[in-house]
Write a protein that binds this ligand. Structure first.
Ligand code: PHB
Length: 400
């Protein structure tokens, strides 16, 4: 019943005209169904294409489109039509930008975004409108925690997830007092909280937090403060253009030799062409690494390189997996996206054959995945070890 109603709604909305006028839904349902099936699936890409996270948005888009291209540009037998919005990683513009896709373009599925603050706005609107949404990066814990929802899926990570294992890595090395430094917004706060939880649990003593507003990159005063406090180590959350600048500034301040620097792997993913010497030897934890040396990853990397002429990073993988997840859902309903319940059931059961290693969905719709310890060697985040096998986000507050 729900399926038919949604279908009628779609058909009316797009005002298919016959010589007799607007199709009256009901009388011509089988034909309407056939029409709906040959229409393109409307995919809204809401990502940052300008600013400090611009490269991340591009990599996600590339990865997503590669997964679709590898399926002959059809998912569940239907072609896709893209509607693209640059969200500028600006939370203030999130409601308006999301509504452009949901209300104006009437997308069938939203794919986005990178920034947790923008994601918060998207989550609210996706919930209000019951729009299917796939999150290809933003770690906002609540998206698969307190605000979890049947129509919201994530193919990336929760902010807690890649940072938590780094706590034990440092505690096991005898590190006891750490300074954390991060952009002061959801992702930075939640990454530091995840790290702190793992660190204290494994025997660490204290984490003192220093903060800088997003997307500022004036690190000098903070580096001076770190030098004077002399902690055992520094843990940071930065990403994209800001991460590249931080790595260079930390090295230039002479701190690499005296105070070891660690972070979640966003610090060093996608930035190594820009940082060169300054990044060598940095150790981070993340759900992807260079040198996994599996056939799956090698095939992905050569296909990506062939399509775009540069190497993929974690963001490209997350975008690619968003494409694989949507393919799983659409294949299960043979492209009939109005069969929402069946589609969601298939996505929940999906085993995603990802370049990062196969992963499954948690009950809250977040990947259960291995977190790798990596080390920068040349322009690669070389695999060192598995820091935490099959890690699931605690999904605090989720009642799915
Ligand atoms: C986030 O805002 O959730 C975020 C942004 C960039 C990253 C990771 C997380 O690399």
């Amino acid at each position: 019943m729900g399926d038919w109603m949604e279908l009628n709604h779609n058909v009316n909305r797009r005002k298919f005209l016959t010589s007799a006028g607007v199709l009256t839904a009901g009388a011509l349902l089988p034909k309407a169904l056939a029409l709906a099936q040959t229409q393109k699936v409307r995919v809204g890409l809401m990502l940052p294409y300008t600013g400090t996270y611009a490269q991340l948005g591009v990599a996600i888009t590339n990865g997503f489109k590669l997964a679709v291209a590898e399926r002959g540009n059809k998912l569940g037998g239907r072609e896709l039509e893209y509607f693209t919005v640059d969200d500028e990683a600006d939370p203030a513009k999130a409601p308006e930008n999301t509504n452009k896709l949901v209300q104006r373009d009437k997308v069938d599925v939203l794919v986005g975004t990178v920034h947790s603050g923008v994601q918060m706005g998207m989550v609210k609107i996706a919930k209000e409108n019951n729009t299917l949404m796939i999150i290809p990066n933003a770690g906002l814990d609540a998206a698969t925690g307190a605000l979890c929802s049947p129509n919201i899926f994530r193919t990336s990570f929760s902010n807690w997830q890649p940072s938590y294992p780094m706590g034990k890595v440092l505690a096991d090395r005898g590190i006891r007092n750490v300074i954390s430094l991060a952009w002061k917004y959801g992702a930075g706060e939640e990454a530091v909280a995840g790290f702190t939880e793992g660190f204290i649990k494994a025997g660490g003593k204290s984490v003192r937090g220093l903060w800088i507003p997003f997307p500022n990159v004036e690190f000098q005063a903070l580096l001076t403060e770190i030098a004077s406090i002399k902690p055992d180590a520094v843990f940071v959350f930065f990403a994209g253009g800001g991460a590249a600048k931080f790595i260079k500034d930390y090295a230039a301040a002479g701190l690499r030799k005296t105070i070891p620097l660690f972070g979640s792997g966003f610090l060093t993913d996608g930035v190594l062409d820009a940082t060169e010497e300054a990044a060598q030897g940095l150790e981070t934890t993340l759900h992807y690494a260079d040198g996994l040396n599996t056939k799956r990853d090698r095939d992905f990397r050569s296909a990506y390189y062939k399509a775009y002429t540069f190497a993929p990073d974690v963001y490209a993988v997350q975008g690619y997996d968003a494409g694989l997840l949507l393919a799983t859902g659409l294949d299960a309903v043979k492209g009939d996206i109005s069969k929402r319940k069946e589609m969601i059931a298939a996505m929940e059961k999906a085993k995603i054959d990802s370049p990062r290693g196969a992963w499954t969905m948690s009950k809250a719709h977040n990947p259960i995945q291995d977190i790798y310890l990596r080390k920068v060697v040349g322009r690669e985040n070389k695999l060192v070890s598995v820091a935490h096998k099959a890690l699931a986000d605690p999904a605090r507050g989720c009642k799915l």
